[in-house]
Design a protein around this ligand. Structure first.
Ligand code: FAD
Ligand code: NAG
Ligand code: NAG
Length: 584
């Protein structure tokens, strides 16, 4: 009965969610909601790390650079705390929240400063307003016969927002997979003296040291007004996914990154499966008009994502991982069948390789748009519906440490592979490549990035099935192997001690002090991230990743979850439900 319900949910998702073309995609809601008294800023998942709302009184929607400058001047003159957010607000940590004191803070939205895109074809340069959507930038660039080489896999981001958190795709070639390493100039609005009108626009060029601080700045050095990217002549990409065993990941990942310009690897530990993405640049003459419409970013019928969530919850409350394993296996089979959303002719997958223009292959997000429609659908995580709700941990490793990390995770997996079904149900471990960067808060060496997503309960006090396992992996990454957290993702504990992980951290702070001497663009929330401050440990704090447990009360003793050592990384301290400890 139980697994039957699961299967129904899956069939519902697979048959209805993806074969009907006439789906009404409901675009994401505006992340800023005002009700006449106060305004609230949400991220795309509708919940910050601490689940506490970000409340403030005033939001400004400048439309031009001069209006943007005037808003910064107003904030400076009136000694307000200010933050910028894009129309997407897709960053998971609370970086864009202006202050915990609503009265003396101001939010600046770039939602309406989003139209100018200027292409200088002769010099392979594009300059865009801060709020321009990545998809619009890419489409303009491609129309001009050019390509932007790097992009995050998700296209629902603004140009200023994405560089500010170090967003990346995957590449060790050329300038590399981090988008900010393709930035060759910025216009930045910073506070100024009264005689200068309280705010001024400064131009930061390619050779300017300040660019290293301003391109990955978490929004705390000033307001980016325009971003200038370098481009290359237009090209196509040829992608093949190789579904194979996972036994060689630790010995092959370096070679894979060297061999394929845009390669990545998705690892499903419970399935003992690795999917190697062979992804190379080919010329415009290569035949093929494919698109990459990544399955996870396609619109889901709302009822389908709600039934998957309901099934996940049933599995959680029954503490029965088998339902998740079944669903993970079926989902993986389906992903393989449809090449994870690659479409040779723009409509369906007919076989490898899938060749298409860079602009159609580098990033996706079809759940953002509204085709003509019949059935309600949305991005699977849309907080207005009871669909998917999950954590996203993203760790950035030195190449020399990554193999050992994989070996450790395999040891943990081998104790009981089913413990990883919950992670595999999302997207397993996505392994990508980033090249060394000069950005102070970027990666100072060639690196490997790993993302993994996992169930988050509706309620902060509800422990999760196998949470000890994901916590152990998280602590292995960030503590044992010293991985650096992606600035736009992660639970708060990942940022502990982050200062010591960036060799140019002090140069960043010095530039911040120079550009924003009054700390107008800092808040307690961004300080929490930037200075890796652990929260004061309170009851249940480890459940949400706000702390690492050191006492049982940081877990949930009343629900049977106690603070225990890791199974492989014994220095880890994780919240475990007793039965899993019979493993040791
Ligand atoms: C579904 C999903 C998929 C994702 N996939 C990837 C991926 O593949 N790779 C990856 O690296 N990341 C990925 N991300 C993370 C995403 O790229 C980052 O969170 C990105 O920063 C979001 O851009 P945004 O425009 O929404 O920025 P916001 O969330 O609005 O802002 C991000 C930061 O930039 C600051 N900021 C925004 N605009 C300005 C400005 N004009 N001037 C100064 N500061 C500014 C804000 O204050 C904030 O600190 C994903 C996120 C989601 C939700
Ligand atoms: C507006 O929202 C705030 C915060 O959610 C809430 O406390 C307040 O009661 C709301 N006011 C109105 C008039 O709805
Ligand atoms: C897929 O990977 C396996 C293992 O590395 C290899 O033996 C096989 O040739 C690859 N298949 C293709 C189509 O490249």
């Amino acid at each position: 009965m139980y697994s039957f319900r699961w299967l129904l949910g899956v069939l519902h998702l697979l048959l209805w969610g993806s074969t009907l073309q006439n789906i009404r995609a409901i675009p994401p809601r505006d992340p800023v909601q005002c009700n006449g008294t106060v305004c609230t800023l949400y991220n795309s998942y509708g919940a910050w790390g601490d689940r506490k709302d970000c409340i403030f009184k005033t939001v400004a929607y400048p439309k031009t650079e001069e209006e943007l400058r005037l808003v910064v001047a107003y904030a400076n003159k009136n000694k307000l705390k200010a933050k910028v957010v894009s129309k997407f607000s897709h960053t998971i940590p609370k970086l864009a929240c202006p202050s915990s004191r609503p009265d003396d803070s101001l939010l600046i939205s770039t939602a309406k400063y989003d139209s100018n895109i200027e292409i200088d074809s002769a010099n392979f340069i594009v300059t865009a307003d801060a709020g321009v959507a990545l998809r619009e930038l890419i489409d303009k660039v491609e129309e001009a016969g050019l390509s932007l080489v790097a992009a995050p896999y998700w296209e629902g981001v603004s140009v200023a927002g994405l560089i500010s958190t170090g967003a990346h795709g995957s590449s060790w070639w050329g300038k590399g997979g981090a988008v900010h390493d393709h930035v060759i100039g910025l216009s930045l609005i910073v506070p100024a003296s009264e005689s200068e009108g309280y705010a001024k626009v400064i131009q930061i060029g390619a050779q300017d040291q300040l660019l290293n601080a301003a391109k990955v700045s978490l929004g705390i050095v000033g307001v980016i007004s325009k971003v200038k990217f370098s481009l290359e002549p237009g090209f196509k990409r040829s992608i093949t996914y190789n579904y194979t065993g996972d036994s060689l990941i630790e010995s092959e990942f370096i070679e894979h990154g060297k061999k394929y310009e845009f390669g990545d690897i998705t690892w499903y530990p419970s399935e003992h499966r690795a999917v190697y993405r062979y992804d190379s640049r080919v010329s415009m003459d290569a035949s093929g008009d494919g698109i990459n419409d990544f399955l996870g970013f396609q619109a889901n019928e709302i009822l389908a994502s709600e039934s998957v969530r309901a099934a996940e919850k049933a599995s959680e409350s029954a503490k029965n991982v088998n339902g998740k394993c079944t669903l993970a296996a079926i989902t993986l089979g389906y992903k393989k069948l449809i090449a994870n959303g690659l479409k040779n002719n723009g409509l369906i997958f007919t076989g490898y390789p899938v060749v298409g223009r860079q602009g159609k292959m580098q990033t996706s997000g079809s759940c953002l748009y509204s085709p003509i429609t019949r059935i309600d659908s949305s991005c699977a995580w849309d907080p207005r519906y009871k669909g998917l709700f999950f954590y996203e941990s993203t760790a950035i490793f030195s190449v020399s440490k990554f193999g050992d990390f994989i070996r450790d995770v395999k040891r943990l997996r081998d104790l009981k592979p089913e413990n990883f079904c919950g992670v595999d149900l999302y997207n397993g471990f996505l392994i990508r490549y980033i090249k060394a960067s000069k950005a102070y808060l970027g990666q100072s060496e060639d690196s490997i990035v790993v993302d993994f997503n996992y169930y988050r309960a509706d309620d902060a006090s509800t422990p999760r099935l196998n949470q000890d396992v994901t916590e152990e992996v998280e602590q292995m990454a960030f503590l044992k192997y010293g991985a650096r957290p992606h600035w736009a993702k992660n639970r708060n504990l990942a940022f502990l001690n982050v200062q010591s992980k960036y060799p140019n951290y002090n140069k960043f702070l010095a530039a911040k002090k120079q550009l924003d001497p009054q700390n107008m663009f800092s808040s307690e929330w961004s300080d929490q991230i930037l200075f890796g401050k652990g929260a004061v440990k309170s009851d249940g704090c480890a459940l949400e990743g706000l702390c690492i447990c050191s006492e049982d009360r940081h877990c949930s003793p009343s629900k049977g979850y106690f603070c225990k050592p890791g199974l492989v990384y014994t220095e880890a301290r994780v919240c475990r439900y007793p039965p899993s400890s019979t493993l040791i």
